[in-house]
Write a protein that binds this ligand. Structure first.
Ligand code: NDP
Ligand code: 13P
Length: 314
């Protein structure tokens, strides 16, 4: 990989040695940065890894974000350090996004969201990909853009961090539904309808949250939706596909490599949608399927037989 623009070598701390943490660490390292990876089972302490960091990249799955942010809170973090969050999930208790947790814990530091169609297995193979870095701080987003940009990884900046973060998070639920669609062999028309109506649902939820509509039509929304809904490499897609093939959720999650955030996100979204009276029919059927309340075929019938209505009613 060739770094596009030379930037001074930065000190990058990556938290989480899972699939995406190690993938991002490799990109930054190939660009000539000093990278340290922290894992709770590793030999280096959090304090050692973040000491002098220019950027602290959190690739922790949702269930661990609050815990790690709290551990870091007591440590001397360099004031210049920018937090970068790549987690695609929602916290059940607070319905906070990961960037909201980081910003709340570190109010004076800049927080950047990195999200896009980035299946880590493809990145590992050095296949070309693009992503988005979004922040309220333009300088912070541009710093992170320089750290990760290369001839194999094209990084765009964006000023709607909430929209970018929600795009990556909400598409996981639609990816589960897409896996079901393919597992039931429903065909290309069905898949196109599902993904398109899924995007409408993402925009509707995102608008309630305060995100911009156009962000969902970019790489972090539609882009990630297309990647995840069409690839067996996606863990969320695999959950839906295998359920359609008759496996139970417990069986699937026991054997799944890594995290399928959509399972938890779906539950959190149902809670939020009920409180706010938001219509999320696809998410609702995915929820009922995951809870064992309907079979894949029943979920499909429920969606097809809903009241007829105009295409647009955000
Ligand atoms: N893989 C991918 O293609 C992509 C993933 N993402 C997102 O990135 C996030 C991470 O995904 P991925 O790397 O695939 O997942 P993995 O399951 O491979 O890794 C999860 C990481 O989170 C860490 N972790 C979880 N809980 C805790 C905790 N309580 N304390 C400390 N560390 C914890 C794990 O640490 P340990 O190793 O110590 O168990 C591990 O390093 C997810 O939100 C995912 O949606 C985003 C884009 C692409
Ligand atoms: O978010 C991803 C790709 O952009 C990874 O998707 P999965 O978490 O479903 O594997």
């Amino acid at each position: 990989m060739t770094n596009l623009k030379s930037t001074n070598s930065k000190s990058i701390a990556v938290l989480g040695a899972g699939a995406w943490g190690t993938g991002l660490a490799s990109i930054a390292e190939a660009n000539g940065h000093q990278v340290s990876i922290w894992s709770r089972y590793g030999s280096e302490t959090l304090a050692e890894v973040v000491e002098n960091a220019d950027a602290i990249v959190s690739a922790i799955s949702m269930k661990g974000v609050r815990e790690v942010a709290t551990q870091l809170h007591g440590l001397p973090i360099p004031p210049k350090a920018v937090f970068v969050t790549v987690t695609k999930g929602l916290e059940p208790e607070t319905i906070s996004t990961p960037s909201q947790i980081w910003q709340e814990t570190f109010p004076i530091h800049a927080v950047v969201v990195l999200s896009g169609p980035n299946l880590s297995k493809e990145i590992e193979m050095e296949l070309p990909a693009a992503t988005v870095v979004a922040s309220r701080s333009k300088d912070a987003a541009e710093l992170v853009q320089l750290v990760f940009s290369s001839s194999r990884f094209r990084v765009y900046t964006n000023s709607d961090p909430l929209g970018v973060e929600l795009g990556g998070t909400l598409k996981n639920v639609i990816a589960i539904a897409s896996g079901v669609c393919d597992g039931l062999q429903l065909g290309t028309n069905a898949k196109a309808a599902l993904v398109t109506r899924g995007l409408t649902e993402m925009v509707r939820i995102g608008n309630f949250w305060g995100a911009k509509t156009e962000t969902f039509y970019g790489l972090s929304g539609l882009g990630d939706l297309l990647a995840t809904c069409n690839s067996p490499l996606s863990r969320n897609y695999q959950v839906g596909y295998q359920m359609a093939c008759g496996k139970t959720l417990t069986e699937i999650l026991t054997h799944l490599q890594g995290t399928a955030e959509g399972v938890n996100t779906c539950r959190v979204l149902m809670q939020r949608a009920k409180q706010r009276n938001i219509s999320i029919p696809i998410t609702e059927q995915v929820y009922r399927l995951l809870e064992g309340e309907v079979t894949p075929q029943q979920a499909l019938d429920e969606l097809m037989l809903r009241d007829i209505k105009p295409e647009y009613s955000y």
